[in-house]
Write a protein that binds this ligand. Structure first.
Ligand code: ZN
Ligand code: ZN
Ligand code: ZN
Length: 137
């Protein structure tokens, strides 16, 4: 492995990155949750996955750092914290994030608007057939 710049940490299962208040892991993560895959100034969110309730900067980080398939955050839990703003460290509920207009409501940091295009990887969306609906409660 090439040496990484010192502000970058790679954390894999079962460890979590001690720099963050929430369980978080990923590949070459900087202190504001940019990662090896998304490294622009606006790439400062980490997303919580339904499978392990752990935050990752992106789904490629989940693929590289976890030991299981990623499951998006479930719709019935959209009022729970599911997004970490890497700029201020605040946790946002899925609903707040999805309604946020690509800006952190806490600190005003700009989020990557391109994330909208692949929201379904992180959040269970209306009409997505997950094939694993547990609506029988
Ligand atoms: Zn997971
Ligand atoms: Zn990543
Ligand atoms: Zn923020």
């Amino acid at each position: 492995m090439p040496t990484e710049p010192s502000d970058r940490e790679t954390t894999t299962v079962p460890d979590t990155d001690p720099r963050f208040e929430v369980p978080l892991r990923g590949i070459s993560v900087d202190p504001e949750t940019r990662c090896a895959h998304w490294d622009d100034p606006v790439d400062v969110v980490a997303l919580r996955f339904g499978c392990c309730e752990t935050y990752y900067p992106c789904d490629a980080c989940h693929a590289g750092a976890a030991d299981h398939e990623a499951v998006p955050w479930r719709r019935e839990r959209f009022d729970e914290p599911a997004v970490l703003c890497g700029a201020c460290g605040k946790r946002l509920t899925a609903r707040t994030y999805l309604d946020s207009d690509d800006t952190c409501p806490a600190c005003g940091a700009a989020f990557n608007p391109g994330c909208r295009k692949h929201r379904d990887r992180y959040f269970e969306v209306e009409g997505s057939d997950g094939g694993d609906d547990k609506d029988g409660l």
